[in-house]
Design a protein around this ligand. Structure first.
Ligand code: NAD
Ligand code: TYD
Length: 358
């Protein structure tokens, strides 16, 4: 079996759901269930014996050590993190605690467990650390996309904390020989994305007739990847990646924020047109509002994904046009999920679903 941390979050839950669509191998899920963790994302696995969910912190060394000894996973995939740049600006402490100190405790427990494995299991074991392109900093318009050897230049407390965790992972390979893999991916989008991030926020605000807050001039560039493509890339790296290596993951989809918002508005105009009486324009784009920029806002991210394609044969399945269509449709089809997330009701899910169970 494998141990997956942060499995109730956006990418982690997509990864676990996709895993079981491809494998019967069991998963032990460890998630602290912060505001970003939503067990409802994994509700379809409620009676699935292949999945064991444990609520807990990656920084709780005793718990992590116990889980490793009990379940003896062949791999650990680490998604657990504080992930929102704006929150890291308002309050960096949780980012330091989970992304740096938490990753350290997780690594240390994994190292102890791995050291005690028999030679064959030891050689086959993998620790896959899921990271971000934001560790590389910001690109000028004409600079080449981030390759795996690009210098680290994190600019936000979020990206600095992820950079620190990447360095710890690297050091555990270099110093102790732990068979680690690091992936640095561009911005994801898709189902179960918490509506504090650009794409889901714009969809849910537009549907509620609320302002669509574009930071600064809206000309910042992100490189977007459909979340299930990120999940397939992680499975590929887990099976075929060379220990100690870094793989950048991206879909060659650079877009300005304004292009993203316009695309979402156009799709909503098609799927859920506003009544003609709507003022000033019967179009969602009339809700776009320019607001004060994010402090230290990175201008451009772009991933050079040639290494993972060349060495491991991975390619994304979705284009931005197909992925964003599916995403907008998912939010339209899952408005009760959105409502429960927005009302905070999802936080009662654990009690509702798990009370009275062992
Ligand atoms: P998310 O915020 O949606 O989910 C994070 C999950 O981690 C939540 O379920 C939360 O409860 C859990 N968690 C937080 N602190 C924890 C702790 N101390 N112990 C155990 N669980 C804890 O984030 P996401 O968007 O799914 O991102 C997952 C990972 O992928 C992160 O490491 C992030 O840096 C990385 N990443 C994200 C993106 C993106 O666009 N979202 C892109 C590249 C990389
Ligand atoms: P976000 O989804 O927070 O991801 P990240 O900052 O990790 O790339 O933001 C994506 C881009 O969208 C980023 O340039 C900030 C911008 N943005 C807005 O313009 N308005 C918003 O309300 C949000 C949340 C983000």
């Amino acid at each position: 079996m494998i141990l997956v941390t942060g499995s109730a979050g956006f990418i982690g839950s997509n990864f676990v759901l996709d895993w079981f669509a491809q494998h019967d191998e069991a998963v032990v899920s460890l998630d602290k269930l912060t505001y970003a963790g939503n067990l409802e994302n994994l509700a379809s696995l409620k009676n699935d014996k292949r999945h064991i969910f444990v609520q807990g912190d990656i920084g709780d060394a005793a718990l992590v050590g116990k889980l490793l000894a009990q379940y003896r996973p062949r791999a650990v995939v680490n998604f657990a993190a504080e992930s929102h740049v704006d929150r890291s600006i308002h309050g960096p402490e949780d980012f330091i605690r989970t992304n740096i100190v938490g990753t350290f405790h997780l690594l240390e427990e994994v190292r102890v467990y791995w050291s005690g494995l028999a030679d064959k299991e030891k050689a086959e074991f993998r620790f896959l650390h899921v990271s971000t392109d934001e560790v590389y900093g910001s690109l000028a318009k004409d600079e080449p996309a981030f390759s795996e050897t690009h210098r680290y230049e994190p600019n936000s407390p979020y990206s600095a904390s992820k950079a620190a965790s990447d360095h710890l992972v690297r050091a555990y390979h270099h110093t102790y020989g732990l068979p680690v893999l690091t992936t640095n991916c561009s911005n994801n989008y898709g189902p179960y994305h918490f509506p504090e991030k650009l794409i889901p926020l714009m969809i849910v605000n537009a549907l509620a007739g609320k302002a669509l807050p574009v930071y600064g001039d809206g000309q910042q560039i992100r490189d977007w990847l459909y979340v299930r493509d990120h999940c397939s890339a992680i499975r590929c790296v887990l099976e075929k990646g060379r220990p100690g290596e870094v793989y950048n993951i991206g879909g060659w989809n650079e877009k300005t924020n304004l292009e993203i918002v316009h695309t979402i508005c156009a799709l909503l105009d098609e799927f859920r047109p506003l009544p003609a009486s709507h003022s000033p324009l019967p179009a969602y784009r009339s809700l776009i509002t320019y607001v004060q920029d994010r402090p230290g806002h990175d201008r451009r991210y772009a991933i050079d994904a040639r290494k993972i394609e060349r060495e491991l044969g991975w390619k994304p399945a979705e284009t931005f046009a197909t992925g964003i269509r599916k995403t907008v449709q998912w939010y339209l089809d899952n408005q009760s999920w959105v409502n429960r997330v927005q009302s905070g009701d999802y936080r009662n899910w654990v009690e509702k679903n798990y009370s009275g169970r062992d």
